[in-house]
Write a protein that binds this ligand. Structure first.
Ligand code: SF4
Length: 349
C-alpha cells in the first residue's frame, strides 16, 4: 500500500486508538518500555563523539518555535568550518553534524562546498548533514530534483542526514508552528529518496506545543511505516519543545518531565521491533531526566556536541558540551554499560 494511502487508512486509525491506551496507566507503560528495551538492545547505552557545526543563523524561514534565526546574523567561512573540523578531529570526534538556517538563495553548490571543505580536512570523518528542509531549500534554489541533489551530496562525501524538520508530521499542526516549512508529504518523500539512495537518517519529533497525544502517536506510526519500507532510520529522537525566546513559547505550556518520559516510553513500544535505538537528548532533557529516560525505554544519549546553538537560545539548560568521560559516568551511575558508537551504531570501544 502506498504510504500516503496508508496514512489515511483504517489501520492507522485503529493503531492510533490502540496505542492511546498506553496513556491510561503510565507506570505500566514505563515498565513495558523498559522490558522491550532490554530485549531490543540489552544493558548497553551508547553515545557518539561528535561536533555540531551550525554554519549560519541567517534564515528566510519563519518557524514560530525558532529562537535561533537571525539572532547573530553570522555565516561561517569555509576556513572557519575547516578549523572546527580540525578541532573535532583533535578531540577524537568520529562525526560532524552540520546544519544551518535557510541562507537566502543557497543552492546545491553552496552546500556542496561545505561538504568539500570538510573532506579537505578529513576523508574519514562521518558527515551527518542537512535536514530535509535544507535539502528542499537547496533543490529549489538550484532548480533541481531532490534525487539529483541527494546524489550529488553523496558523491561529494555526505554520509547521512539528520531527520530534523519533522517537528510533528501533521499538516494542520505544521500550518500553525511552521507555515513555510515543507509539509508532511514532502518530508516523507525526501527521507524515502535519501534512504533509497543509501543515505541513512535519524528520525525526530518535536513535541510539547500545540499538538495532542493523537498527533504524537500518528507521527511515531509514520516513522514506523517508513522504517518498515526502507530500514533507513538509525534511531528515533523525541525532542521536547524549548519554549524560551520564541513566538510559540508564549502561546503554550511546555511539557512536563513526566510527559517527556511517557513520550520516550511510548516511542519504544510503538517502534518495536523496527527501530531499536531511542535517544534521550541530554541537551533538551538535561542530564538527570536523561538518566531516568534510560529506565523507561531510551538506550542512547546522543552526542558530545562540543557546541550547541539552536537549543541554547531556546532555553535549554542541559549545556552544549558533554565530554566523553562525563557520558561514561552518567551511564554507569544508572547501572548500565557505556559504549561509544559510530553514527550508524557500530560499537567502537
Ligand atoms: S527552525 Fe530553521 S528554518 Fe525555521 S526559522 Fe529557525 S532556522 Fe529558519
Amino acid at each position: 500500500m502506498r504510504l500516503e494511502r496508508l496514512l489515511k487508512s483504517e489501520r492507522m486509525k485503529k493503531d492510533t486508538e490502540r496505542f492511546k491506551d498506553l496513556l491510561s496507566n503510565p507506570f505500566e507503560t514505563f515498565a513495558k518500555a523498559d522490558e522491550i528495551r532490554k530485549r531490543d538492545v540489552g544493558e548497553i547505552v551508547t553515545y557518539v563523539v561528535n561536533r555540531n557545526i551550525n554554519f549560519t543563523d541567517i534564515c528566510v524561514g519563519n518557524c514560530k518555535f525558532c529562537s535561533f534565526r537571525n539572532r547573530r546574523r553570522y555565516l561561517l567561512t569555509l576556513e572557519e568550518i575547516k578549523e572546527k573540523v580540525k578541532e573535532a578531529l583533535d578531540y577524537g570526534c568520529t562525526e560532524v553534524c552540520i546544519q544551518g538556517a535557510l541562507y537566502p538563495n543557497a543552492d546545491l553548490n553552496f552546500y556542496k562546498s561545505i561538504i568539500e571543505a570538510v573532506r579537505d580536512v578529513s576523508e574519514e570523518i562521518h558527515i551527518h548533514a542537512f535536514s530535509p528542509m535544507e535539502i528542499h531549500h537547496m533543490a529549489k534554489n538550484s532548480g533541481l530534483e531532490i534525487k539529483e541533489v541527494l546524489k550529488e551530496l553523496k558523491t561529494a562525501g555526505l554520509n547521512s542526514i539528520p531527520g530534523t524538520s519533522a517537528e510533528i508530521l501533521d499538516d494542520e499542526i505544521r500550518r500553525i508552528i511552521c507555515p513555510n516549512k515543507i509539509n508532511t508529504r514532502q518530508w516523507i518523500e525526501i527521507i524515502l529518496t535519501a534512504h533509497r539512495l543509501g543515505i541513512p537518517s535519524t528520525s525526530t519529533m518535536m513535541f510539547g506545543h500545540v499538538e495532542g497525544w493523537e498527533h504524537r502517536i500518528r507521527h511515531i506510526l509514520i516513522i514506523r511505516e517508513i522504517q518498515k519500507k526502507t530500514n533507513g532510520f538509525t534511531e528515533f529522537i523525541p525532542l521536547p519543545f524549548m519554549h524560551r525566546n520564541n513566538e510559540l513559547g508564549k502561546m503554550v505550556v511546555p511539557s512536563s518531565g513526566f510527559e517527556d518520559l511517557l513520550v520516550i516510553a511510548i516511542s519504544r513500544i510503538i517502534l518495536h521491533p523496527y527501530i531499536k535505538n531511542v535517544q534521550a537528548s541530554w541537551v533538551k532533557l538535561g542530564v538527570k531526566l536523561s538518566q531516568v529516560a534510560l529506565n523507561v525505554g531510551a538506550n542512547d544519549l546522543g552526542g558530545t556536541l562540543m557546541e550547541e546553538n539552536i537549543s541554547k537560545f531556546a532555553g535549554a539548560t542541559g549545556g552544549e558540551f558533554l565530554p566523553k568521560e562525563e557520558m561514561v559516568k552518567i551511564i554507569k551511575a544508572v547501572g548500565r554499560i557505556p559504549k561509544q558508537r559510530s553514527t550508524l551504531y557500530e560499537i567502537l570501544d
